[in-house]
Design a protein around this ligand. Structure first.
Ligand code: XMP
Length: 493
């Protein structure tokens, strides 16, 4: 993966093909990034996705008109086959249905076909949703094949990589685990020690288990209780990691310190900063203690960074357009003079789950919904007080318990209850109350970059809502969020 402004003359290898990705820019923006035109003379297959399609058109005639309406979400794509054109033209959509459900997320669209291109797909709102060069394997598509909401997108990408670029499919998880364990042993050496934070989430647990497999108790895991984790989460994580996985773990209860600093804070980005900075302070304190006890020999920090985080950091301007500051532990390395080990940095979440299962991590943990570092603090839309945390935790616990009881947990990618900063009137036990509102969110996604809301049936929602208003004091109303991402992010804050 390279920034789009990469100069082709500086490339140290010959790629088998090139994919030009999407971007939040319009090619007409004064500061829009443009690819080196030499890309188009490299004599390898090229696939432009969304902005990538517009870049292709921009470089072949410059006629990309701003869309008359922006298009976000599902669309039906009709494939146009051209049996009498050059053989490469139909390869991109070969084996795919003639009508496909696809995910769109764009403002600009092509106004006209560039010279020597023909249309290979259309949607009701995009007459040039797919185009192919008539003489060489160069394609542009307006929709996003890389997201889970384009169900046949993977097959399209496989057609491109395997059939057009002739890439080999020789990567397996077992091979990856063995190589990674060996790599860790070589980097850390026979006596080196590693520390790393765990949160109970699948990424940090899998990374910790892998490290434990590689170097045993020379890996020290630290779990910081920040006071904004889910109900009983710390105890559960502690038990699983120590009893089931044999990981050398220390739990630090710093909940009062975190909640003290969050007092009076409502702004989501400030909450993130406070939690991130406090985490660093607490972790550092604990890490120094571990270092002292182990004779100061710790020189590596384990992080469960995944490939999407790596993608975010490769951009023509440094980190990609920041939507939210998700990276909560930035300063650790510089402060502690540790070297980073990131064994999962080439993997996506679904691959991490496969690895976790292969390493014997309990299913419950492997399939755990992701939970943000700042925890319930960014699901309480207002000040985070111990009382608000208790309400949000209880409501969330009931919701997740019911989702599990209904057998829906694995169908949903992420679900939680948020506590809204409003009060509403209700009647409870013949009395007028003026209490708080819980918003339920549940989404399906595999990449967390786009997401759709989960379509519960009314009976399920009725049961959850009844339980929450009956069992959680201070709540008199429950609502369900039906916003897809984009534009709504998965978290409320
Ligand atoms: P959004 O809300 O941006 O979330 O659609 C996408 C995914 O990222 C998680 N998320 C965070 N994770 N620190 C984290 O560790 C954060 O500050 C943060 N904010 C959002 C979110 O839960 C979802 O899985």
């Amino acid at each position: 993966m390279l920034p789009c402004t990469q100069k082709i003359k500086d490339l140290h290898f010959k790629p088998k093909g090139i994919i030009l990705s999407g971007s939040p820019y319009s090619v007409y923006d004064a500061d829009a990034p443009h690819v080196d035109p030499a890309v188009f003379n490299m004599d390898v297959p090229i696939l432009g996705v969304c902005y990538g399609l517009q870049e292709i058109a921009w470089n072949h005639g410059k006629d990309v008109s701003a869309g008359d309406r922006k298009e976000y979400g599902h669309s039906i794509l009709t494939v146009a086959r051209h049996t009498s054109a050059a053989p490469h033209v139909d390869v991109l959509f070969s084996g795919l249905d003639d009508e496909l459900s696809v995910w769109m997320s764009h403002g600009d669209k092509l106004g006209k076909l560039p010279p020597k291109f023909l249309t290979i797909a259309t949607t009701p709102n995009a007459p040039f949703a797919g185009i192919a060069h008539t003489e060489r394997p160069m394609y542009g598509i307006q929709f996003h094949p890389e997201v889970s909401h384009t169900p046949q997108g993977k097959q399209l990408l496989e057609n491109f990589a395997v059939k057009l670029c002739k890439a080999n499919q020789n990567w397996t998880m077992d091979r990856f685990v063995d190589t990674e364990i060996e790599r860790i042993r070589t980097i850390v050496g026979p006596t080196g020690q590693v520390i790393g934070a765990v949160s109970g989430g699948v990424d940090s647990t899998v990374a910790a288990k892998l490290m434990h497999e590689a170097i045993g108790d020379r890996f020290h895991a630290i779990l910081v209780d920040n006071g904004v984790m889910r109900l009983n989460e710390c105890q559960i994580v502690h038990e699983t990691l120590t009893k089931h996985l044999g990981i050398n773990l220390t739990v630090v209860d710093a909940s009062e310190e975190f909640l003290g600093k969050l007092k009076g804070v409502e702004d989501p980005e400030r909450k993130r900063k406070i939690i991130g900075n406090t985490f660093i302070e607490v972790f550092q304190r604990e890490a120094e203690r571990v270092m002292k006890e182990s004779g100061g020999a710790v020189d590596f920090l384990l992080q469960g960074t995944l490939y999407p985080d790596v993608i975010e950091s490769i951009s023509f301007k440094g980190p990609s357009a920041t939507i939210k500051t998700h990276h909560n532990v930035g300063g650790l390395l510089e402060n502690m003079k540790l070297k980073l080990i990131e064994p999962l940095r080439e993997l996506f979440k679904d691959e991490v789950r496969v690895m976790g299962t292969n390493l014997g991590i309990p299913e419950d943990l492997v399939w755990r919904h992701p939970f943000p570092g700042p925890g319930i603090a960014i699901r309480i839309l207002g000040e985070v007080t111990p009382e608000q945390v208790a309400i949000a935790r209880k409501a969330d616990h009931i919701y997740i318990e019911e989702i599990k009881a209904a057998g829906l947990y694995r169908q949903i990618s992420q679900a939680y209850a948020a506590l809204l900063p409003v009060r509403a009137v209700g009647v409870m036990g013949d009395k007028r109350v003026y209490d708080q509102v819980i918003a339920l969110r549940a989404v399906t996604t595999t990449d967390y970059m786009t997401a759709d809301w989960f379509d519960f049936d009314g009976k399920f929602l009725r049961k959850v809502s009844t339980r929450i208003v009956n069992e959680v004091e201070g709540v008199c109303r429950v609502v369900y969020d039906v916003t897809q991402k984009p534009p709504g992010t998965i978290e409320f804050q």
